[in-house]
Design a protein around this ligand. Sequence first.
Ligand code: SIN
Ligand code: FE2
Length: 216
Amino acid sequence: MPDLFEKSCDSLPAREDMAPGAVLLRGRALVVEDGILAALGSVLAAAPFRHMTTPGGFVMSVAMTNCGEVGWVTDRSGYRYAVADPESGKAWPAMPESLRRLANEAAAEAGYAGFAPDSCLINRYLPEARLSLHQDRDERDFSQPIVSVSLGLPATFQFGGLKRADPVIKYRLQHGDIAVWGGPSRLYHHGVLTLKQGEHPKLGRQRINLTFRAAL
Ligand code: SIN
Ligand code: FE2
């Protein structure tokens, strides 16, 4: 007789420890999927994706925008958080309450109660886009975690260590997955390998990642 539980036994665990202080909550965003996608649509209408330039002069393959009190930007003069969108000169769109709540709840489930993000960086990866290994270190208070929500096409996320040369572990991040890292792994290196071609039923030919941070 076939094992009725075969499928669930084969599927990935809903919660996985990635490193000390780092947890992957698979599918966690799916319960609020429609609300998040609607909120994202309004943010993108007010602050469209754009390709920013690194301090070294390279145009990033990942397109970005932000919502919240401040937004992460990069240009020839460096990386920083800015209160205004440099493209429009206006404040970034406010962080929708549904997004703020999701980030707060995911952080609490990962062991970081009371997370109050003031910034959400929105990354768009089309096939061939990638994000090289880096640390998130432009925030003021490293006691606050990072909450990272994956939407759309799957990607290979690399999670390493404090040193750039530390070995990395690869995770396949899928639509609805949330990774949270903080505490001892707050400054761990991470990156995204070149996105493969594909078509997501809700988002089409792209991956969108939301990174929530307490920047100020
Ligand atoms: C980031 O590190 O800014 C984004 C990570 C991701 O896209 O999963
Ligand atoms: Fe990052």
